[in-house]
Design a protein around this ligand. Structure first.
Ligand code: VG1
Ligand code: CO
Length: 546
């Protein structure tokens, strides 16, 4: 086919700085002429040399995914990539993209997603770049992209028709091969390597196990159907909302107690369902439920670490564990017990990459419903579900009992996150700056019976490459190990989201049965007061509590 590289004149947009996880904006922002192209050019310009290399491409299927995929294919061909691996229909979950980048030794991958943010013409769109290890591009790369986006004057794109992405196979586009691949196969094969599929399958076949998985009309539907229903025999009604929709059925594909309410009610109403689980828009988050029991993501990480030796892929033990700073310290106690390293990193999966690559961490987790291991370099929703399934199969106990026993052995870290969404951005920034300025005066203040021991502005020095990340959240640490953390979201697209993270440790099993918000009441009251949240947010209470 005759193809020609077009050079298109353009001017910079001033808002293309990637946040916690790529560039996220309203769909309409991305639909402006040249907006997507400028940012894709900035990515390619920040790579050393893409000539002849392989690029992985796919997205969570949200509105504008298809159009964006075609544009990126033409730009990647113009940039000289030798091969573009694209998921059928332009689909790939975030964890599956990480699998494919690693397995096929790609230079990197582009994932089209705004994760758990709503989709559709009035919703959000996003684009993130993952590097050769399969993980999110590190800070220095995203900074380079931003710089490139500020000076762009031209981009290149192949003048060619759309590629048919609906069927598997290869197409040639100029000197580039476009390979349309099965988005599920490589991912499912890796899961079979890590978990005891035979054991889990035999329980399903015997009718001894029932689970429900809510794909929230997002990308994990096809993955969950193949793995849970077909390979593990979990039964035809296991996956609900399993067909990816461009607008996620009008919902908010965020697996938590607020947005996955229907699943929670379903599992709570039916005692024969042992495990309820859900994943987000791009498939990297997970929520784990037992019958009338919610496992906080922080506890999930700790339970996984304490029980990893039961799971085939982790039988030889853990090198270390890592958690994002706001994630509860439950896993720290497990690490101490196991005698392994425990790292505390800034929020965002990119900070785990070096630790995983260096073999210093095996399991990683974030309080924001993200857990994963060294099998890839992204968080992985279905992996977490399979981990729990495998654990249930081995232990023959309920989710609630497994977690209850864990608390009895290690103590319970009561934990909650309060989000105040769409707050005036100037006020939110002023709030964080105000707290920063008052840090030195906080020690000695009291919240109920707790006394502030130290307060700081979290900074992280990467132990592998020495890179420093500053201003990663205001921490108020109490003398009994309780904590309050304040930070602003880096993934929102409207106003600012203030996140308040609350944690209190309870070693005594007699007091571990309290309701979480009740257990945290003193800390909640202190947090509202010290940050003057009512004035800053104009709200009496948070918009979302997880
Ligand atoms: C949020 C979470 C963070 C997570 C990030 C991307 O970031 O807090 O833990 O890594 O989303 O997750 P922020 O800056 O809004 O707090 V996902 O599933 O959106 O790729
Ligand atoms: Co996500």
């Amino acid at each position: 086919m005759a193809t020609e590289i077009k050079r298109v004149a353009t001017t910079p947009f001033d808002d293309q700085r990637p946040g916690t996880s790529g560039l996220r904006k309203r769909v309409r922002t991305f639909q402006q002429p040249h907006y997507l192209e400028n940012f894709v050019h900035a990515i390619f310009a920040s790579l050393d040399d893409c000539r002849g290399k392989t690029l992985v491409l796919g997205g969570d299927g949200r509105y504008y995914n298809r159009e964006a995929a075609q544009i990126i294919i033409r730009m990647a061909a113009a940039a000289g990539f030798g091969r573009i691996l694209v998921g059928r229909d332009g689909l790939l979950s975030t964890p599956a993209a990480s699998v494919v980048i690693r397995k096929r030794r790609a230079l990197g991958g582009i994932v089209l997603s705004a994760s758990h943010n709503p989709g559709g013409p009035d919703g959000d769109f996003g684009i993130k770049f993952n590097v050769a290890n399969g993980g999110p591009a590190p800070e220095r790369f995203t900074t380079a992209c931003y710089e490139a986006s500020r000076t762009i004057s031209e981009y290149r794109i192949l003048d060619a028709p759309d590629v048919d992405l609906s069927r598997l196979g290869e197409h040639t586009l100029g000197d580039t091969v476009v390979e349309v691949m099965d988005p599920v196969a490589d991912y499912a094969a890796l899961m079979e390597d890590l978990f005891d599929f035979d054991r889990i399958r035999s329980l399903f076949e015997a009718g001894a196990m029932r689970i429900r998985f809510d794909a929230m009309h997002a990308i994990t539907g096809p993955y969950a159907r193949e793995i849970l229903e077909h390979r593990l025999g979990a039964g035809p009604n296991t996956v609900i909302n399993g067909i990816p929709r461009e607008d996620f059925g009008g919902g908010h594909p965020d697996p938590n107690l607020t947005y996955a309410r229907a699943l929670v009610e379903m599992v709570d109403a039916d005692k024969s369902i042992q495990l309820g689980a859900a994943s987000d828009g791009d498939g990297d988050r997970n929520m784990i439920l037992g019958h009338r029991f919610f496992v906080t993501p922080s506890d999930s990480l700790a339970v996984m670490a304490a029980n990893a030796h039961h799971i085939p892929g982790y039988r030889s033990g853990l090198a270390g564990v890592a958690r994002s700073m706001p994630t509860s310290q439950a896993v720290d106690r497990v690490a101490e017990h196991l005698g392994i390293e425990c790292f505390e990193t800034p929020t965002g999966w990119k900070y785990f990459g070096n630790l995983l690559d260096a073999g210093r961490a095996t399991l990683c987790g974030e309080e924001s419903f993200g857990t994963s291991s060294n099998h890839i370099r992204e968080k992985d929703g279905l992996w977490a579900v399979l981990f729990w399934l495998n654990l249930l199969a081995v232990k023959g106990e309920s989710v609630a009992r497994i977690v209850g026993n864990h608390w009895r052995a290690f103590g319970r870290n009561f934990y909650s996150r309060h989000d105040y969404e769409e707050v005036d951005a100037n006020r939110a920034h002023a709030m964080v700056e105000g707290l920063r300025a008052r840090l030195a005066g906080l020690p000695g203040q009291t919240a109920g019976g707790l006394r502030v021991a130290t307060a700081d502005d979290f900074a992280y020095t990467d132990p592998v490459d020495g890179e420093v990340a500053e201003h990663q959240g205001i921490r108020i640490l109490f003398d009994d190990g309780s904590r309050i953390v304040f930070r602003l979201s880096g993934t929102g697209t409207a106003g600012a989201t203030v996140r308040v993270y609350l944690e209190r440790y309870e070693p005594d099993p007699e007091h571990q049965g309290l309701d979480t918000q009740t257990a945290l009441a003193d800390l909640i009251a202190y947090a509202r007061e010290v940050a003057d949240l009512k004035t800053v947010t104009g709200m009496e209470r948070p918009t979302v509590i997880t």
